[in-house]
Design a binder for this molecule. Structure first.
Ligand SMILES: [Zn+2]
Length: 193
């Protein structure tokens, strides 16, 4: 896991830089709900309520398409930051639009102790979109972005936040990419390369 929901979202377009890729992990609105629940943004009960809403196929598809548009805008900015390239103007414009719309959709509510901004979570089919938009905004506009890294495997390049003390983490997952790269180097040595 990337240690950050916005980055986990970017990684749902798997094998982004792979010759045979990419692989889309968000094929359906149901996949999206599963992702948002795993990320802890919606409860199981809220997800069940969204699943039960019928006759809104077009709305579901639109919400999924918009999540992907958001995802690709976050990805464009994140990879440009890491590659020290100029940030994509189109991506910034897309993010600005989503951030504005998410802010317009929030409601000022009383949580029993004080006033808080909240989203109509678990009620509207667009709830996952706004919750993920907020995650993207929280990440990209914060200091956390300094800890943004991508996996050192050329074909993987999954994004993650390096929260290690010395900031030396190189792999999305030592078990997956770390071992794979080590094995490859070992084979190259055996072959006398
Ligand atoms: Zn990796």
């Amino acid at each position: 896991m990337a240690g950050n929901t916005a980055l986990d979202l970017v990684n749902t377009l798997d094998n982004r830089f792979h010759e045979g890729g990419p692989d889309e992990l968000l094929e359906s609105y149901d996949d999206l709900l599963r992702f948002v629940q795993q990320a802890g943004l919606l409860t199981a009960a809220q997800v069940r309520r969204l699943r039960r809403q019928t006759g809104a196929e077009a709305e579901r598809r639109r919400a999924l398409d918009q999540v992907k548009e958001l995802r690709e805008a976050v990805a464009g900015v994140a990879y440009a930051l890491l590659d020290a390239e100029e940030l994509p103007i189109h991506g910034i414009a897309t993010l600005q639009e989503y951030f504005h719309r998410a802010n317009a959709a929030r409601r000022l509510t009383d949580d029993g102790k004080r006033l808080v901004w909240s989203w109509p979570e678990g009620e509207k089919l667009s709830a996952p979109l706004w919750l993920l938009t907020r995650e993207g905004e929280k990440l990209l506009l914060s200091e956390q972005v300094n800890r943004l890294r991508f996996c050192a495997s050329d074909t993987c390049r999954w994004l993650f936040l390096d929260t290690s003390k010395n900031q030396t983490r190189r792999w999305c997952d030592m078990k997956i990419c770390g071992n794979r790269m080590k094995a490859r180097r070992y084979q190259a040595r055996l072959a006398g390369e």
